[in-house]
Design a protein around this ligand. Structure first.
Ligand code: KG4
Ligand code: ZN
Length: 347
């Protein structure tokens, strides 16, 4: 395969993004450009407002795509394939990207492929770190999803565990709101926790009950609701929230990190994979990364974590997945149409 250029477009939530990735088959790919416009309109509402997200995508998508082409020193003529996030995500937001990509592909006579956003999170890390390739245990921890997977090769995914209720990022966001921190809660909690005393508050470690064994259906699963409730009670009981905030944040973060590390280690032990690849916004959390590095080192396994730019939503990971799924170009693309996850075998 000669050099192939993919234009990626991502509008599933509150980032309008376009990127160009070039590759010639195999694992090697280079990022030629990546433009990410984060919508800040949602901050005042402490959460993403779908209608506002769609409108902001509509205003930004044209200039963002143009800029991605310019940054790469390319024109539409140089593009061999358009790849767009088809789902999951906010349907109005997805429709902006899908409609734009369809129009662009039709007008420029380029093939189009719809990409699953969660598969793309697995590919994001490899743009930063060429060693982040299968076989590996994948942990996607984003605002909307928590997935623990065994990835034997690209396109071949076995779901080991997922959350029973809230996604990990969602729990960070809700606890952030509870503590009076801004949106998104994850980065704010991490900052607070850095000054927190780990011994002041000890919260439950959900789904890590004594006596659990690999044959239990929840061996790999996660749950955030009990931990969130524990935080609600602790905040209510606090006499001085300003003084307790860093310690509450630390107690919460420690509980989440302990559970995630334990589940990842179970997956590594069961599959024998030599690598763990992180993806999704929560992969930015330095406490989580540090704890995983230490735990994995004890088994001679390595952690591959994305830079914050590739961890959170971006079109580079969509373009990179497009490079892998180029053979599927031409299939009808509709928002949410390509679910479930291509190649994902559930338990
Ligand atoms: O992957 P992402 O950008 O969007 C989704 O696809 O959902 O992830 C966003 C999530 C938010 O819930 C945010 O609070 C969380 O990632 N997050 C973090 C950190 N940075 C972002 N959570 C914990 N620690 C962080 N440093
Ligand atoms: Zn995402």
């Amino acid at each position: 395969m000669s050099q192939f250029t993919v234009l990626g477009i991502e509008t599933s939530c509150d980032e309008t993004s376009a990127a160009l990735v070039r590759g010639a088959g195999g694992n090697a790919a280079t990022l030629a450009s990546c433009v990410i416009l984060s919508q800040d309109v949602h901050m005042v509402y402490r959460g993403v407002v779908p209608e506002l997200a769609s409108r902001a995508h509509l205003a930004a998508i044209g200039p963002v795509v143009d800029r991605a082409l310019t940054d790469a020193g390319a024109t539409l003529d140089d593009v061999d394939l358009v790849a767009v996030t088809a789902g999951p995500g906010l349907v109005g937001a997805l429709l902006v990207g899908v409609s734009y990509a369809k129009g662009l592909a039709l007008a420029a006579e380029k093939p189009l492929v719809g990409i699953h956003h969660l598969e793309a999170h697995l590919f994001g890390t490899t743009l930063d770190d060429p060693a982040a390739v299968p076989p590996f245990v994948g942990l996607i921890v984003s605002g909307g999803h928590t997935l623990l997977m065994d990835v034997s090769s690209w396109g071949d995914y076995r779901l080991l565990g997922e959350t029973r209720d809230d996604a990990v990022g969602e729990a960070f966001d809700k606890v952030g709101a509870l503590l009076g921190l801004g949106f998104p809660g994850g980065p704010a909690i991490e900052r607070e926790a850095a000054n927190g005393d780990p011994a002041r508050f000890r919260f439950p470690r959900p789904m890590l009950r004594g006596g659990q064994k690999p044959s239990d259906p929840d061996w790999f699963d996660l749950s955030m609701s009990g931990l969130k409730t524990a935080l609600v009670y602790a905040v209510r009981a606090s006499q001085d929230l300003d003084a307790d905030r860093p310690h509450l944040a630390r107690g919460f973060q420690d509980a989440v990190v302990t559970v995630l590390v334990a589940k990842v280690m179970r997956a590594v032990e069961q599959t024998g994979r030599p690598r763990v690849v992180l993806g999704g916004g929560v992969a930015c959390n330095t406490a989580l990364r540090a704890a995983l590095v230490t735990a994995l080192a004890s088994r001679g396994a390595s952690l591959h974590a994305p830079t914050p730019r590739m961890a959170t939503d971006n079109a580079a990971m969509i373009a990179r997945t497009g490079l892998f799924r180029a053979g599927e170009a031409g299939r009808p693309v509709d928002a949410e149409a390509r679910l479930p996850f291509p190649g994902l075998v559930t338990r």
